[in-house]
Design a protein around this ligand. Structure first.
Ligand code: AMP
Length: 180
């Protein structure tokens, strides 16, 4: 089944003014209720990464886990998690990043990746890029290389994808939405 951007976009639900006024929340949960859309998205990522020389898929808490798990399974690759602070047991590396109000922190287990690993990093959406940039820092701390950062949705008006590219990683997204 080939990827149909028009169809997948029509399945994504937009909720205005959530979680705060001015945000157009792009809700990807309906994709998981719609096996056709889910298969199209999975297929698009799997096609792209099938012949790349990768050693792992890394995915970001929490919606990135949903896509990451499918892609890693289909590509027969290890899956490693970038989680919000305090969720992972054992020895971890941490990275703080700035939000509009305050800071947040992401973590990976120290043995998740090693020198020489080649990783694609997956999330659902790129807004300011802060989350992916923090995750990239963690992956590099572990000695691995981010071959590409990927998300289903880009919000180009917020400039995150450009910041990620400026930080040295190619970016791949399946679609864009205007605004916040
Ligand atoms: P950022 O770090 O600014 O690129 O924000 C990306 C993270 O915040 C992703 O993990 C998204 O799930 C979430 N996010 C930010 N803006 C939106 C939005 N408009 N709709 C849905 N999720 C969003």
């Amino acid at each position: 089944m080939s990827y149909d951007e028009y169809y997948v976009k029509s399945v994504i639900r937009t909720i205005s003014d959530w979680p705060e006024p001015g945000i157009e929340f792009r809700d990807i949960t309906p994709i998981f209720k719609d096996p056709k859309a889910r298969r199209m998205v999975a297929h698009a990522f799997v096609q792209r990464y099938m012949d790349m020389d990768l050693s792992a898929i890394a995915c970001i808490d929490a919606r990135g886990f949903l896509f990451g798990a499918i892609i890693a399974h289909e590509l027969n690759l290890p899956l490693v998690l970038v989680r919000k602070k305090g969720k992972l047991p054992g020895d971890c590396v941490h990275q703080e990043y700035t939000l509009e109000y305050g800071t947040a922190s992401v973590e990976m287990q120290s043995d998740a990746l090693a020198e020489g690993d080649r990783v694609v990093l997956i999330d659902d959406l790129i807004a300011t890029g802060g989350t992916i940039l923090a995750a990239m820092t963690l992956i590099k701390k572990l000695g691995a290389e981010v071959v590409e950062a990927a998300a289903l949705i880009n919000l180009p008006d917020l400039g995150g994808a450009t910041k990620i590219q400026d930080a040295g990683s190619p970016v791949f997204t399946l679609m864009a939405f205007e605004g916040h």
